[in-house]
Design a binder for this molecule. Structure first.
Ligand code: CA
Length: 222
């Protein structure tokens, strides 16, 4: 089944588009900002993007340029109220594959998305990686060179937080929040139990990286 990322801050429109796509057997994950789209793209290999330009945290084209620079070739349909020739050209030059001005007919949107999905899959994923480590969030694995090891869900979230910060400090509270959410069931020392396990796994795949405790601040992958 095709899974696409819909980046659109107009909630009603996003819901309509998701519904239209669902009718065609296409699952859409909805996000409303450039930042949340970026986070989603680091977790999931999408088959296609639908990108609005006017987002609360800026022009969607900034995100598109950013992901193209990162080597991600996932097809992208740009959705926008702007229909001037200049805007269409700008969108395509930023790495867009197709362009649909609002308002649009749902049938046309679905047809265009399907056309993009039919393109040969040459997408290169935007893997979370840092130095010798690569994470596979969907498969729950961490890899270093030829060696890989499975990570439990909470361990993966902790590693994602560390890898995404690329060597900078992650606060203890932030690690707990991504690993266990705000659940009351979490024991106060859950992180202290998880960290030695993750450290052993880092060693066992042969990574040069270590999780360093930065006193009073948090942890960093160095
Ligand atoms: Ca918008």
């Amino acid at each position: 089944m095709s899974r696409i990322l819909l980046i659109e801050d107009h909630e009603q429109l996003a819901r309509l588009v998701s519904k239209g796509l669902a009718g065609a057997g296409i699952v859409a994950d909805e996000v409303t900002t450039n930042d949340s789209a970026w986070a989603a793209l680091r977790q999931v290999d999408y088959h296609c993007l639908i990108l609005d330009r006017g987002l609360p945290d800026g022009d969607g084209l900034n995100l598109l340029r950013h992901i193209r620079q990162g080597g991600l070739t996932v097809p992208c349909l740009i959705l926008t109220a702007r229909d001037a020739l200049h805007d269409r050209v700008e969108g395509l030059e930023a790495g867009g594959d197709d362009y649909l001005p609002k308002p649009f007919a749902m049938a046309e949107l679905v047809a265009r998305v399907r056309a993009l999905l039919r393109r040969p899959a040459i997408t290169k994923s935007l893997r979370p990686c840092y130095q010798d480590l690569m994470l596979f969030p969907e498969g729950g694995a961490m890899q270093c060179g030829e060696r890989s090891i499975t990570l439990a869900a909470a361990e993966m979230q902790i590693m994602l937080a560390l890898v995404n910060r690329q060597g900078e400090v992650v606060r203890r509270s932030a690690m707990e929040a991504v690993a266990w959410g705000l659940s009351d069931a979490v024991t106060p020392n859950a992180l202290d139990v998880a960290l030695p396990r993750i450290r052993r796994k880092l060693q066992s795949v042969g990574s040069r990286l270590q999780i360093i405790n930065v006193r009073g601040q948090g942890y960093a992958l160095l």
